[in-house]
Structure formats: C-alpha cells, structure tokens
Design a binder for this molecule. Structure first.
Ligand code: ATP
Ligand code: MG
Ligand code: MG
Ligand code: MG
Length: 444
C-alpha cells in the first residue's frame, strides 16, 4: 500500500476527552473517529488491525471446535420475553420500535437468539456437542461510555454458545473455550489471567473473566505471582482430549485470582487473599478482554431447547457462553504496548509488517530503491505501507513511530547511493544498515 493512495488522517493533537493512552494514540494515528458518545467509525488503519485480531480470534475458535455463524444485530423483544430478560436487562438495552410498532432491540448479547436457532434444528444428543459463535456488533447503552473503544456503546464482540447433553459434557465445552482464550490473547501479544468472576445478567454459577494487567484498567484485580511464569498451551494441544483440557484449566485456576467484584462479595476470596504471603501477591488494575460463563439450563429450560438423550428421554441442554471484545482487545494491546512516540504493534496484529520510508521522493535513486523493495515485498505477500508522500523525513519518521509498524525500512539518498537502506525495529529501536538485497531477503 502506498501512503499517498491510503487514507491515514494523522492528528497532531489528542482529543481533549481522551483520558487513556490507547484512546489518544488510536485517534492520533487515524484509526478511529468518534461519531457520537461511545460510537466510532473505523478508519482504514484501525479496520485492518481489527480484522487481524478477528482473524486470530476466529482461528482459535475454529481450532477449539466452534462453528461460525452470523446472527443479526436487531432482535425481537418476543424472544427476550421467553427468557424473562426483556424486562430485567434495564437501561443498557437499546429498545427500538419498527413501523408496525413491533418491539425490537439492538442486541447486547445473543443467548436467546442462538437458543432459538438450536431448538429449531437440533433434536438428538447425537448432534452434540455443538458450539456456535459469531463476530458481530453489539450495542449496550453504557452509563459511562469512555476510554474510546475500550468502553464503547457500539462495540464488536465474538460470542460463542455451547450446547451439551449434561453438566459433565458442558464443563468439557467450557474447558475448551478456556484453553482457546489463553491461546487467543497470547497470540495477540498479551498475558491474560483468568479470574473467578461474577456472572451478572448472563446468569449461571461458573465463570471466568480474562484480565490483562494494565494501569488504566477499570477493575481492581488480585492474583498470585505464579501466573507470570505460566506457559500457554501450544497450537497442537488436543482439544478432543477432555482430560488434557481439564488439567490445563486446573493449572490455570489453582493460584488465587479474583476481581474486585468477587473480593467484595465473597468471604472465601478475602480469606484466600489474606492467606497469601506478601511476596506472592499481585494487586493491580486490569482490563476485562474476555468472559466465559457456564449457565446450564437457564435459557434452554424456559425456551424449550431439549434433545433426546441415549435414554430416549428429553433433556434440556446444558449451555455456556463465551465472549471476547475484539474492539476492546485492540485498545488493550495498545495500552500494553506503546512508548512516548506511539503504538508498538506485536507482529501478529500489526496492520502492516513493514513501513517503507522514502526519505526523498523525486530523487531517482531513492525512488528506484523503494520501487524495487515494494515489488519484492508485494511478491512475497508481505503487508507494507510505503510512505511515498512529499513530506520532510522528520514527519515521516514521526508518522512511522506513531502508527507503530514492527519494522521500518528507510531509504535515504546517502545510504541508497551506496546500495544500502536502513532497517529499524520499532520495539527495540535497533537500527541496521543492509544492502537493498539483504533488506529484501530479511522480509521476503
Ligand atoms: P464490563 O465489565 O467491562 O462492562 P461486561 O462484563 O459487561 O464488560 P460481557 O457481557 O462479559 O461484558 O461481554 C463480553 C466481552 O465483551 C467483555 O469481556 C469485553 O471484552 C467486551 N465488552 C463488553 N462491554 C464492552 C464495551 N462497552 N465496549 C467494548 N467491549 C465490551
Ligand atoms: Mg458491562
Ligand atoms: Mg464485567
Ligand atoms: Mg463480563
């Protein structure tokens, strides 16, 4: 991609209302534009990064056996009356009336709708286990939308829903999602800690929030230091083996970890925290990037989602739901990875791998070197952003640092005259002079 043909509206100033660094940087780097409180347009750089995150989320959901669907954003109030949640959900739900005066709503979550899909088609235990997910925009009329896309009103969510014959099987489904979440956040360059959590309006009794430690996190969290040295399960971990899944979950849930909500309500948590030695305690702030729930028959029973079991009898299916907010996750990645100059993308989610900087457009040698590199990167399928604008080199360096691509390839007249370019690693700041061929070989 050439920057002169791209749309990258860089801002010099941060918006006044931006309280946290990810909001400031996302706005300055031309990734998002606020349209109204908590509602954002995604500009090209933001959209590409968001898609990369969704690709990782999707791959890890599929790997764990979940199947992708796409449900609508608009739902009927009728469905929510079946579960009893239409009245319970309160002001966070955006309620809409259509021209026929039918009550509709903009979905804040999809338990009812997916249960309706399930009951329409699945009648036998032989079709289980089943886990259906989608990645779709949600609307929650948050009391205090803030921190940019971190707490938006319209935000993207991956929500998965598992259906099983009994508690035992649904616990196994829960474990698979637990493992898949560890891998998902790890691939996004983040260390996530699963914490015992409150279930809120989703209901149920088994629940973990996946928390990223960050100073700007909205929750106060308490956990054991052991999490710092835990390794995440590898890509070839056997999702079919329930015992393997259970042992991973066991390992990751044994050291103490809880959010402030749990600490306030549960005496066991306060006691466990007090019992920890000072040198093993981590009390910090955290960002909730994912949340998994097991809630059994909370929806299947009132909505009549039952299958025939091996015993010939009807059984209400045991369910769980599993959410990740890719839009919040993107902001969390920036909270965890930036410096004074801008964003530092982990390679896995970087909108482009390479920023190619032509320091002197119009200089025949610089132009030729950049074109050669551009062709080679294109042919090798490497995503790059070529800053071919007619701007001062200083402006280009500042842009490159701000948008945080992992690698910069800098073509200046002096180096190019000797057949060289400079390579800069955005994270470490290390620079290296290489021949143009060697630079190409480094990436392509
Ligand atoms: P929070 O405690 O931050 O309000 P929640 O517990 O209400 O979040 P869940 O219902 O558990 O959220 O939704 C699953 C995931 O969706 C969350 O873990 C988070 O990643 C994302 N999410 C929820 N609310 C928002 C929001 N307002 N903006 C962006 N992402 C959100
Ligand atoms: Mg909430
Ligand atoms: Mg929460
Ligand atoms: Mg939650």
């Amino acid at each position: 991609m050439r920057l002169s043909k791209f749309f990258l509206p860089i801002l010099k100033e941060s918006p006044r209302e931006a309280e946290i660094v990810s909001h400031r940087l996302m706005t300055r780097a031309g990734m998002i534009k606020q349209q109204s409180a908590g509602i954002y347009s995604w500009l090209p750089l933001g959209k590409i990064a968001l898609d990369k995150i969704c690709d990782i989320v999707r791959e890890e959901q599929n790997r764990a056996g979940a199947v992708e669907i796409l449900m609508p954003t608009i739902q009927s109030a009728e469905l929510w009356r079946e579960s009893g949640r239409y009245d319970d959900y309160g002001k966070e739900m955006l309620r809409i009336e259509d021209r026929m005066e039918r009550e509709m709503l903009f979905g804040p979550t999809n338990e009812e709708m997916v249960t309706d899909i399930f009951r329409s088609y699945v009648k036998s235990y032989k079709d289980l286990p089943l886990n259906l997910y989608h990645i779709q925009w949600k609307f929650r009329d948050e009391r205090r939308p803030r921190f940019g896309v971190m707490r938006g009103r319209e935000f993207l969510m991956k929500d998965a829903y598992s259906f099983d014959l009994d508690y035992e099987a649904s616990k196994a489904a829960y474990n698979r999602m637990f493992v898949s979440y560890l891998r998902t956040f790890d691939r996004c360059g983040l260390k996530s800690i699963p914490m015992r959590a409150d279930t809120g309006p989703i209901g149920g009794n088994l629940s973990h929030e996946f928390i990223i430690l960050a100073e700007t996190g909205e929750s106060e969290v308490f956990c054991h230091r052991d999490f710092e040295r835990f390794d995440v399960p590898p890509a070839d971990v056997d999702y079919q083996d329930d015992a393997v899944m259970a042992s991973i979950v066991e390992k990751w849930t044994t050291p103490f970890a809880a959010t402030d909500e749990i600490m306030e309500k549960e005496e066991w948590a306060q006691d466990a925290w007090k019992a920890l030695g000072d040198d093993t305690k981590v009390s910090a702030r955290g960002i909730e990037v994912g949340h998994i729930f097991h809630f059994g028959t909370k929806y299947s029973e009132p909505m009549g989602a039952a299958v025939q079991g091996p015993d010939g009898k009807q059984h209400f299916v045991s369910m769980g739901s599993y959410g990740i907010g890719p839009s919040r996750l993107l902001a969390a990645i920036i909270e965890a990875s930036h410096d004074e100059a801008g964003i530092i993308w982990p390679e896995s989610v970087a909108p482009f791998q390479v920023g190619l900087i032509n320091m002197k457009p119009g200089d025949a040698a610089c132009d030729a070197a950049c074109e050669k590199i551009e062709t080679a990167l294109s042919n090798a399928g490497i995503d790059f952003l070529h800053d071919d604008r007619d701007e001062r080199a200083g402006v280009k360096f500042a842009t490159a640092d701000l948008i945080g691509l992992p690698w910069q390839v800098i073509a200046g007249p002096r180096a190019v005259a000797e057949g060289n370019v400079e390579i800069k690693n955005r994270k470490t700041g290390e620079r290296e002079t290489l021949t143009i061929e060697a630079a190409i070989n480094r990436f392509a």
